[in-house]
Design a protein around this ligand. Structure first.
Ligand SMILES: *[C@@H]1O[C@H](CO)[C@@H](O)[C@H](O)[C@H]1NC(C)=O
Ligand SMILES: *[C@@H]1O[C@H](CO)[C@@H](O)[C@H](O)[C@H]1NC(C)=O
Ligand SMILES: *[C@@H]1O[C@H](CO)[C@@H](O)[C@H](O)[C@H]1NC(C)=O
Ligand SMILES: *[C@@H]1O[C@H](CO)[C@@H](O)[C@H](O)[C@H]1NC(C)=O
Length: 447
């Protein structure tokens, strides 16, 4: 790489550069004697400063090599709506300036000097994805070593476009690209290299990272594809920055309350179906869930379909379904006690077949009291005082009611039993649906 130094062109300063390669040189481009007493003599750098508008090379057919590294010190914002990632970088550019060299022995061991960057030629490295103009502060300096190595550090706030996928929010990972390239210089004039290995960049970013915020740095990868614009080819370095959202905030504020409400909704099936409490209770839960959804809307990503919105919609539908189920069962029980319709024979035999004391049902105690209990009390000829419309039917009426020889009381009991069975069955379907959907969502999130 440095072999081209030895080519002695028409330039005055070439000779000294070549001597550097051959060991201790007697002539250097910068005469720094007296720097320790009088400070830097501006005139000795003047010839370098005068050429700052041009790329510092001895042979123009040899490209300048710029070595790049950066420290990702903060991830400030990830905007899913505008698809923008705002981050803060400390960019480090290193290159060789062949017209600067001095002998540190002569210069009281000064090995490097800070020089105002405005006086030096600076490479026009920019980030292709950047959607904002470069706000580099004025008055930055660059370190120049006695062998001509220039190190230029600058802080950069980068607002870069990034393809953000919020489907897995809040367990999402994003992979954003930062492509460093030159604005002007094609491959023939400028080559880009790495100043550090990628893992060093990663380690530095983790050590110096100032973000304890929402995003966590997962990894950095790189690639070196050339970019062709028209007929010219530009060298570039791409860094893939993988970041992951810290989901704790969202778990606490979104998932836990929502899961609690759904769990309470599921548990509310254990409220007796006969009591007037169940439907209002579920209604209140539904209302509460709506208030919750209104409250959290600013925590959710503004655009795109995320799994979490599907999950919330699912929870809401489950609650609505469970309310509908309660209305249905309440109606059934009401109908059974007020005006029991005749019971089809198959339903009757089904009920008889399924009635066993070991049936597990959310309303088992209730069922025994009002269902099976009623049968036994009525069969023994006792009147239940609290029940409306329960009166024994004459044999003639019983014949009319389905023709199965049932008394009205038995019919009522059977219908009540049927109501509880439906309640039980629908509750199980509800649980099954709940379990399936929650598992599906969880599996999707964990992949
Ligand atoms: C550097 O400059 C001083 C005077 O400023 C001169 O005496 C000395 O010889 C010069 N050294 C070289 C190597 O040219
Ligand atoms: C510049 O470099 C090229 C390629 O290395 C070489 O062919 C050419 O002779 C050099 N020119 C001068 C003036 O040294
Ligand atoms: C840039 O990196 C290359 C390879 O890593 C190295 O050979 C070269 O000396 C570096 N250039 C500077 C100016 O540090
Ligand atoms: C990011 O995407 C690039 C290409 O699209 C891929 O090469 C790289 O491995 C990805 N990085 C991670 C951490 O997924």
């Amino acid at each position: 790489m440095e072999g081209w130094w030895s080519t002695t062109g028409g330039f005055l300063l070439c000779l000294s550069a070549s001597l550097l390669l051959q060991g201790r040189a007697n002539t250097f481009t910068i005469n720094c004697s007296g720097f320790d007493q009088h400070g830097v003599d501006p005139t000795v750098f003047q010839s370098v400063f005068n050429k700052k508008d041009y790329r510092p090379v001895i042979n123009f057919s040899i490209p300048t090599r710029i070595n790049i590294s950066f420290t990702l010190s903060a991830i400030l914002e990830v905007d899913a709506q505008l698809q923008l990632l705002t981050s803060f970088l400390w960019l480090k550019l290193v290159w060789n300036h062949p017209f600067i060299s001095w002998d540190p022995e002569e210069c009281s061991d000064i090995k490097k000097l800070a020089i105002t960057a405005e006086n030096l030629w600076l490479p026009d490295i920019f980030i292709v994805e950047s959607m904002d103009v470069d706000h580099t502060p004025d008055g930055l300096s660059a370190y120049v070593s006695n062998d001509g190595r220039v190190v230029y550090n600058k802080p950069m706030r980068v607002t870069s476009i990034c393809n953000l996928d919020i489907f897995y929010f809040p367990f999402d990972q994003q992979n954003c690209t930062l492509t460093f390239s030159s604005f002007l210089y094609t491959e023939e004039s400028m080559l880009l290299g790495m100043d550090k290995e990628v893992w060093e960049i990663m380690d530095d970013s983790c050590d110096h990272g100032r973000t304890q915020g929402e995003w966590e740095l997962l990894g950095i990868n790189k690639a070196n594809p050339k970019m062709s614009v028209g007929t010219s080819l530009f060298d570039q370095i791409m860094f893939y920055v993988a970041i992951r959202r810290r989901p704790t905030l969202y778990i606490i504020n979104l998932l836990v309350p929502s899961s609690f409400l759904v769990a309470i909704d599921a548990l509310s099936f254990y409220l007796p179906a006969e009591s007037d409490n169940r439907a209002p209770f579920k209604m209140t839960l539904l209302l509460g869930y709506n208030v919750f959804l209104l409250n959290i809307s600013n925590l959710l990503p503004a655009t795109g379909t995320s799994l979490i919105s599907v999950y919330f919609a699912l929870c809401l539908s489950l609650m609505v379904l469970s309310l509908l189920e309660t209305i249905f069962v309440t109606y059934l029980l009401h109908l059974a006690t007020i005006q029991p319709p005749s019971m089809p024979r198959w339903l009757h035999s089904l009920l008889l077949h399924h009635t066993s004391p070991t049936t597990h049902c959310p309303t088992v105690p209730q069922k025994e009291n009002t269902g099976l209990g009623l049968i036994s009390t009525h069969l023994s000829g006792l009147k239940e005082p609290g029940r409306l419309g329960v009166k024994e039917l004459g044999p003639k009426e019983a014949e009319l009611n389905g023709g199965s020889g049932l008394t009205r009381a038995q019919l009522v009991d059977l219908w009540v039993q049927f109501g509880h069975m439906m309640d039980n069955l629908l509750f199980r379907i509800y649980l099954l649906f709940l379990a399936t959907s929650v598992t599906t969502v969880l599996v999707l999130w964990s992949t």
